[in-house]
Design a protein around this ligand. Structure first.
Ligand SMILES: NC(=O)C1=CN([C@@H]2O[C@H](COP(=O)(O)OP(=O)(O)OC[C@H]3O[C@@H](n4cnc5c(N)ncnc54)[C@H](OP(=O)(O)O)[C@@H]3O)[C@@H](O)[C@H]2O)C=CC1
Ligand SMILES: CC(=O)N[C@@H](CCC(=O)OP(=O)(O)O)C(=O)O
Length: 345
C-alpha cells in the first residue's frame, strides 16, 4: 500500500487543526510533518496547540527545501496572502500542493487584488492552478490544487444542477449564506467577539464578499451567460456550519419534476452530496462530517426555486474537500480519511 509523508502548514489555525485530525485517520498517510512560520526552533505540538495535546508530535521551522526533500505533498491551511508568497518553489518543482486559501482560486490576478486587497500570485501560476471543487472538477494528475472557499462550496453544490441543466434565469440568482464563527478563523475581531455574536445575527460584506468572483467564475464554466449573483453573508451564533439558502427563478415551462430530476441526475451517485428532495436540511445534520445536504422547494406561484445547502465549513468547506482533492490526486479511495459521523447531540 502506498504510504505518504505529508507536510502541513497552519496547524494552529482552525482549518489546519481539523485537517490534521482527519489526516491522522487516512490509511495512506504514514507521517504528518508540521511546520510553523514564526519560529526558528522545533517546538512540541502540545506547546503550540494545547488543544491537540499531542506531546510527541513536533512543529518544525518552515523550510520549503526540507519539505520537498522529506515529504511527498504539502497542505497549506494558511491565511490569505501566504501561499502567494510561499508556493513558488513547490510550483517550480511540480511538488504536489493542496492550498486551502483563496490565493490561487481566481484565474485573474487583478480580480484577486480587487477582492482580497493583497498582492496576487504570478498570473501564470494562477492559470496553472486547479480549482478543486471535487464533485465536478477532478484533481487527478494535478499538482497545484486551490481548495474552494466554504461559502463557495455550499453555494456551488446547491446551484450546479440548475445551472448545468439550464433550468433557470441566470440573472436571478440570490444567495443568502450564513456561517458559524469558525469560518472567520482564530483571529480575534469585534464582529466575532462573543458578546457581539451571542444572541445576535450579523450581516457583513454584503455585495463585497471575496467568494462572489469565485462563485461566478465557476458558474460561468457551466453556463457562459452567468454574469453576476446577489450574495449576502450572515454570521450565526454557532461555531461550525454553513446554511446557504439560494433563490432563483425557473425558466418559463420548467416544473418541479424537472428540477427534482436534475438534482437526482447530478447527485444520486455522489458520495458526499446528499439530495433530500423537499426535506429541508439543518446545519446540525452535517457538522463533523464531509457531507453537503441539499433540500429543494419549487414555488408554483412565484416560479421560484429555493435550495437549502448545508455543510460543515471546516470539513466539506475546507479540510474535508482538501482530502477529497488529495484522494483524487493520488487515486486513493474517495472516502479515505473523511469523517461521516455527525457530532451529537
Ligand atoms: N475557517 C474556515 O471555515 C475556512 C477557512 N478557509 C481558508 O483556510 C485558510 C485557513 O483558515 P483558518 O484555519 O480558518 O485560519 P486561521 O486564522 O484560524 O489560521 C491561519 C493559519 O495560517 C497561519 N499563518 C498566518 N500567517 C502565516 C504565514 N505568513 N506563514 C505561514 N503560516 C501563516 C497561522 O499561523 P500562526 O498561528 O502562527 O499565525 C495559522 O496557523 C484561510 O486561507 C481561510 O481563508 C477555507 C475554507 C473554510
Ligand atoms: C464567518 C466568516 O468570516 N467566514 C469567512 C469565510 C472564509 C473562507 O471560506 O475561507 P476563504 O478565505 O478561503 O475563502 C469569510 O466570510 O471571509
Amino acid at each position: 500500500m502506498v504510504k505518504m509523508k505529508i507536510a502541513l502548514v497552519g496547524i494552529t489555525g482552525y482549518g489546519g487543526m481539523v485537517l490534521y485530525q482527519m489526516l491522522q485517520g487516512h490509511s495512506h498517510v504514514e507521517q504528518i510533518d508540521l511546520y510553523g512560520h514564526d519560529q526558528d526552533e522545533t517546538l512540541s505540538l502540545s506547546e503550540v496547540v494545547p488543544l491537540l495535546g499531542d506531546s510527541e508530535h513536533q512543529v518544525f521551522p518552515y523550510n520549503s527545501e526540507t519539505i520537498m526533500k522529506q515529504d511527498d505533498a504539502i497542505f497549506f491551511a494558511t491565511s490569505a496572502g501566504v501561499t502567494a508568497k510561499l508556493a513558488g518553489p513547490f510550483i517550480k518543482h511540480h511538488f504536489p500542493v493542496i492550498d486551502l486559501s483563496g490565493d490561487y482560486r481566481l484565474k485573474q490576478s487583478d480580480l484577486y487584488e480587487k477582492w482580497y486587497h493583497k498582492p496576487a500570485a504570478r498570473q501564470e501560476d494562477l492559470t496553472g492552478a486547479h480549482y478543486g471543487l471535487t464533485d465536478f472538477n477532478s484533481a487527478k494528475e494535478q499538482t497545484y490544487v486551490a481548495n474552494p472557499g466554504c461559502y463557495a462550496t455550499a453555494t456551488l453544490l446547491g446551484l450546479a444542477p440548475l445551472i448545468q441543466e439550464h433550468l433557470v434565469d441566470v440573472d436571478s440568482i440570490i444567495v443568502d449564506a450564513k456561517s458559524g464563527t469558525s469560518g472567520a478563523g482564530k483571529k480575534l475581531s469585534e464582529m466575532t467577539h462573543f458578546t457581539q455574536v451571542n444572541d445576535n445575527l450579523q450581516l457583513y460584506n454584503v455585495n463585497h464578499h471575496k467568494h462572489i468572483p469565485e462563485i461566478v467564475q465557476q458558474l460561468k464554466q457551466w453556463d457562459r451567460n452567468v454574469k453576476a449573483i446577489q450574495f449576502s453573508t450572515t454570521l450565526l451564533p454557532i461555531t461550525r456550519g454553513i446554511l446557504s439558502t439560494i433563490y432563483v427563478k425557473a425558466l418559463p415551462g420548467i416544473n418541479a419534476q424537472q428540477v427534482d430530476d436534475a438534482f437526482h441526475k447530478i447527485y444520486d451517485d455522489d458520495t458526499f452530496v446528499r439530495y433530500t428532495g423537499e426535506k429541508l436540511p439543518t446545519i446540525k445534520q452535517v457538522v463533523g462530517t464531509n457531507y453537503c445536504d441539499l433540500g429543494v422547494l419549487y414555488n408554483d406561484t412565484t416560479h421560484t426555486i429555493m435550495v437549502a445547502s448545508v455543510i460543515d465549513n471546516l470539513v466539506k468547506g475546507a479540510g474535508g474537500q482538501a482530502i477529497q482533492n488529495f484522494n483524487q490526486m493520488f487515486d486513493f479511495n474517495d472516502q479515505d480519511g473523511l469523517p461521516t459521523a455527525v457530532i451529537l447531540p
